[in-house]
Design a protein around this ligand. Structure first.
Ligand SMILES: *Cc1c(COP(=O)(O)O)cnc(C)c1O
Length: 427
């Protein structure tokens, strides 16, 4: 029996309608941007396996460090104990995070990194004896799938079955180009109305990923962050997708003049090798928990907090960022994307092209309008799978978000595939 047949008997896949989805493709090996199935077919992973893989599959340096760690110390509880890789990782992250960040709290994934950030912000105010408990978020945001993360995410199909149990959040519009003033006035009005109640503002800096690679500029976000800062509203940058070079800098927050109070990280943190989440905070936040009173400690933790194997994968991945070549590649991918965008100008069925750093998104004009459930999605997905290219459009938005090891000729394979698709749609 093939891997996919055995899978279909026992597994349940994420974000998949098991009845109508095609059988999953069994992948047995990965190298660089390529994933190989049981028959030896290579698939070009143009979306970094759900945005996690920054360094290419089975990266030899990360593999070596992980294997060494497995033979040294696989896990130790993280309350009352510590270990070299957690200390090293925290020291190194703080060197590259925005300057005001001073503490690292570890967990297992992006949703928990967000969950930790929300709880940290709320307990910060509680520890200070203030009754602030409202969170501000952007319309259409995606911050993860746990209840807190769903609550601060945009209201839509993903959260509809759970909506009655989500906590109340104040949503403002995303400051997409041309809309900056609207977002700003919504925030100002909100502060006038709710001032003493607003605990924190959470946002995906510069790119809202899951809602369709919506992009906006630092000039749109900066004023919102300054207003929060001057009104005692904590700012939480969800860098789960944008972190670790995706936008051309280590963190998208570097494009801003105001530093966030809290930063959420995951996805690319281990180069795409192990599950790990991290939430960093400023010293001011940490101070509100630092007390003789046990009731002021941060009430959060996971059994696998700071898993040494995951921390060593993250340290190994950081080694690769210390190599200039990684940043040369990030810049090269951005330039290739820009050249590709110019070639697309002749296509009438494109509604918008957006690009920042290593991400390019192409929004197609369709009768159904822009939506995750746009029926064109499955056709596009299949079109690329037939050509052995992994692209998972968000509805009618096709995007490329590749591992940084992708070569120009590998990028061309993806570009040519997209052009072929656009030409076929034109007919
Ligand atoms: C993917 C993502 C999350 C959730 O991360 P998981 O590891 O999938 O739980 C949170 N925030 C953003 C911005 C993301 O892109």
């Amino acid at each position: 029996m093939s891997l996919s047949d055995r899978d279909l008997k026992v597994l349940w896949h994420p974000y998949t309608q098991m009845k109508t989805a095609k059988s999953p493709i069994g992948i047995v090996r990965g190298e660089g941007v390529w994933l190989y199935d049981e028959e030896g077919n290579g698939y070009l992973d143009a979306i970094s396996s759900w945005w996690v893989n920054t360094m290419g599959h089975s990266h030899p340096h990360i593999a070596k460090k992980v294997s060494e760690q497995l033979n040294t110390l696989e896990h130790v509880l993280f309350a009352g104990f510590t270990h070299p890789k957690a200390v090293e990782l925290a020291e190194r992250l703080l060197k590259v995070l925005p300057k005001n960040q001073s503490r690292i709290f570890l967990s297992d994934n992006g949703s928990t990194a967000v969950e930790v950030a929300i709880k940290m912000a709320l307990q910060f105010w509680s520890n200070k004896g203030e009754k602030k408990n409202k969170i501000i978020a952007f319309q259409g945001a995606y911050h993860g799938d746990t209840f807190g993360a769903m609550s601060v995410s945009g209201r839509g199909a993903f959260v509809a079955p759970f909506e009655s149990l989500l906590f109340d959040v104040e949503f403002i519009d995303v400051p997409i180009p041309g809309n900056e003033d609207i977002s700003l006035s919504q925030l100002t009005e909100l502060i006038e109305r709710e001032k003493d109640n607003l605990a924190a503002f959470i946002y995906e800096p510069l790119i809202q990923g899951a809602s369709g690679m919506i992009m906006y500029n630092p000039e749109g976000l900066d004023p919102l962050l300054s207003i929060c800062q001057s009104n005692d509203i904590l700012t939480i940058a969800d860098e789960v997708m944008t972190g670790f070079g995706r936008t051309g800098k280590y963190f998208a927050s570097e494009y801003m003049t105001v530093d966030p109070d809290i930063v959420c990280m995951s996805k690319g943190i281990t180069g795409g090798t192990m599950a790990l989440g991290a939430t960093s905070s400023s010293e001011e936040i940490y101070d509100a928990f630092y007390a003789d009173d046990k009731l002021k400690m941060f009430f959060h933790g996971h059994s696998y907090t700071a898993n040494p194997v995951a921390c060593s994968a993250a340290c190994a991945s950081l080694d690769l960022y210390d190599d200039k070549e990684t940043w040369v590649a990030v810049e090269r991918i951005g330039e290739q994307h820009q050249k590709f965008a110019k070639r697309l100008s002749k296509f009438k069925n494109i509604k918008d092209i957006r690009q920042r750093g290593t991400i390019i998104a192409i929004e197609l004009n369709t009768d159904e309008g822009t939506s995750y459930f746009n029926p064109i999605r499955d056709n596009i997905y299949d079109f690329f799978i037939e050509r052995k290219i992994i692209l998972r459009p968000l509805g009618n938005v096709i995007y490329i978000l590749p591992p940084y090891c992708i070569s120009n000729s590998e990028l061309d394979i993806v570009y040519e595939g997209i052009i072929e698709l656009l030409e076929s749609l034109n007919n």
